[in-house]
Design a protein around this ligand. Sequence first.
Ligand code: KG4
Ligand code: ZN
Length: 344
Amino acid sequence: MLILGIETSCDDTAAAVVRDGTRILSSVVASQDAIHGEYGGVVPELASRRHIEDIIPVVEEGLKRANVKMDDIDAIGVTQGPGLVGSILVGLSFAKAVSYVKGKPFVGVNHLEAHPLAVFLEEEGEKKEVPEFPFVALIVSGGHTALLSFNDFIEYRVLGQTRDDAAGEAFDKVAKLLGLGYPGGVAIDRIARDGDPEAFAFTRPYIAKGNLEFSFSGIKTAVLNVVKGLERKGPVERLPDETVKDLAASFQEAVVEVLVTKALWALDKTGSVNLVCAGGVACNSRLRTRLDEMARDKGIRLFIPPTHFCSDNGAMVAAAAYHMVKKGIRGELSMNARPSWQQG
Ligand code: KG4
Ligand code: ZN
């Protein structure tokens, strides 16, 4: 079954053609980083306008690279939420219009449920090991942090999620206050390599032993307080580069330690030895290393998609849509965007 997957929940316009939920025929992502960079974060109105400009060329490019026509597509999967309402509406309205005109079924996909399914995607010539069910998914994105236990492709229960800032949001906010620009996660990742992760002792927000919820707003405030304290000592135009690197490394270490520890607690709780990590923050090199070490030490089977399928893409949406369509789920033209769609 050929699925066209469309993703416009935030600031990437993405489309992909995927066969049977695994085989990627094409994946195209038009990033808006350059537009939002100068504002230090995503400007929703600019994002939706750019999606409107990009959606048709991106889908056309996706079909072209897959060497298929819209008539060859069996169904369309589109992100219905969560995310920015104006952005979601562009992809959703486009999918509905194509569905109506071409008489193709479409389904509205929960973006966060789609992220972990990226581990099942295979590129040309690739044959991958995949996780067995049940597996634990650690989803770390710009808008959400969650631990889910998957019993089947789109069947899962929520073990814990963010109480306040998501991991990616904390990365982006800390990067902004350190003057590193947007998007911040990748900038922190890069400079933290030259910093001392023990230079600043940020408290790890575990909430309670065994607790699987997340709270990252306190670490962000702690970084802000350190920066203010340093500036009070002697007002400077900007902090010394070494201090910024140490702050980035110390902040990153604290966040990563909490994520890795809670993933392990979730595995203990569910009795599973299969862990999937996905979402934009799963691109983080320190998180990948620490998860690898944990997996080796504890005999865990770890699955992390390649970085281009950790961040937002249409292929993961197509993978989720495939399993929904197979289960008989169908979207309706009256369906609306679900910007605050909760999992579960
Ligand atoms: O999943 P995603 O592409 O979009 C959402 O669904 O939100 O995640 C984007 C988030 C941003 O907060 C971005 O700063 C973060 O992922 N991110 C990273 C890295 N690359 C992207 N965070 C830490 N380290 C990275 N290398
Ligand atoms: Zn995402």
